[in-house]
Design a protein around this ligand. Structure first.
Ligand code: GLA
Length: 387
């Protein structure tokens, strides 16, 4: 789908193309640092070249008209600047509605209605942040149409707030941040505690980042996600009875081992162990990559998966099958990426082995799981922008 075609569809839905402006926000893949972002730890994601396009313009009245070419059967969803409460029936449109409401509540002046057409090419339900992408593309559109004085970091904070308070998923800030701030051919090492960040060049030469999709529907993912988060919070409380810390990200592995018995509940202890070790692993991985040690980086990716499988318990049969097949088939590193419970794995594979890798992993996965996975070669793209 190209932009001109989308503009034509806009014109069909909203009567003309006059004064329209176009924007894009990517999806993301996280290389390492999983379930650390709500534990005050580091993450190491990059933005992808696929994402969400939005074409929009202001209206003279207070009506808000939202249409997605991905859900054309639903048609245009209407709300108003004065009535932006969450409505289950509005489905995907709750994201732009929520963003608009949170912007207004923060005092950003949105003084008229608007109409937007969306189109996304992020595989649906793959855990590659299609919701952060739609939230951030809406944010930069609102900034531009209404001339708002807001930067991309603030946008990511408000998009996270929308997800937490309006949609009801207690996510951290990783997805919104990378979708807004990503940079072509770079990952971001982000300290989610301070929001200090550093761009890290990803020059892989003869290696590609291969994303493999389990194609599993992510059914109960949101409630399990929220459960993991509260288990970590509870573990932190136990540790704070003795230690002066603000988050699990404040601990080294040694400090954790010395004090882990403070965490009474065994399950919570495992969750906290993952958060602490994964955070340290992420810092180490970014350093190793700087030195060009891609094999060392791959080993840390593998260790990340094992910790997410055994201690955090967010992988499941599909992701485990995909990742162990990758390990057997020459992946330099392979792990689940994103929230887990389905979604995708991320793999580092030598270019001349990609064909065999895909064939063998597909075969093994299909035999065990019953349906085929899908593969995409990741291109690391820019964060949100006007186009
Ligand atoms: C989801 C959330 C992120 C992060 C990851 C797990 O993508 O939106 O905030 O917690 O899961 O690392």
């Amino acid at each position: 789908m190209n932009l001109e075609k989308l503009k034509d569809i806009f014109s069909e839905k909203f009567a003309s193309k006059e004064n329209i402006r176009s924007y894009f926000a990517p999806g993301r893949v996280n290389l390492i640092g999983e379930h650390t972002d709500y534990n005050g730890g580091y993450v190491f994601p990059c933005a992808l070249s696929f994402g969400t396009y939005a074409i929009g313009r202001k209206r003279k009245d207070k009506r808000i008209l939202l249409y997605s070419e991905n859900f054309s059967e639903i048609g245009v969803i209407e709300s108003s600047l004065d009535e932006l409460s969450y409505n289950k029936d509005d489905e995907w449109a709750n994201y732009p509605k929520g963003i608009t409401k949170i912007f207004k509540d923060r005092g950003y002046e949105i003084d008229s209605g608007f109409e937007i057409l969306y189109f996304g090419n992020i595989p649906n339900g793959a855990g590659l942040s299609s919701s952060a992408s739609i939230s951030i593309v809406t944010s930069i559109l609102l900034k531009d149409l209404f001339d708002l004085d807001i930067d991309k970091v603030e946008m990511s904070k408000l998009a996270q707030k929308t997800e937490n308070e309006y949609i009801g998923v207690n996510c951290g800030i990783m997805d919104q941040f990378i979708v807004a701030m990503g940079k072509k051919d770079h990952a971001i090492l982000l300290d989610t505690n301070t929001l200090e960040y550093e761009y890290a060049p990803i020059n892989l030469e003869n290696i590609s980042i291969v994303i493999a999709n389990t194609n599993k529907r992510r059914g109960l993912a949101d409630s399990k996600y929220n459960e993991r988060r509260s288990q970590c919070e509870s573990a932190l409380k136990d540790l704070q009875t003795k230690l002066d810390i603000n988050s699990l990200g404040d601990l080294t592995e040694e400090q954790f081992e010395e004090n882990k018995d403070l965490i009474k509940n065994q399950t919570n202890r495992k969750r906290a162990k993952h958060a602490v070790y994964e955070n340290r692993r992420t810092i180490r991985a970014a350093n190793i990559l700087k030195k060009g040690d891609i094999k060392g980086f791959g080993k840390l990716m593998n260790a990340s998966h094992i910790s997410l499988r055994d201690d955090y318990e967010v992988t499941g049969e599909e992701l485990d099958t995909l990742v162990s097949a990758a390990w057997k088939n020459d992946a330099i590193g392979a792990r689940m990426t994103g929230a887990g419970f389905g979604g995708c794995s991320v793999n580092l594979v030598y270019n001349d082995k990609i064909k065999d890798f895909k064939e063998n992993v597909r075969k093994e996965y299909k035999e065990k799981i019953g349906y085929a996975p899908e593969f995409y070669i990741a291109e690391i793209g820019d964060g949100a922008k006007k186009i």
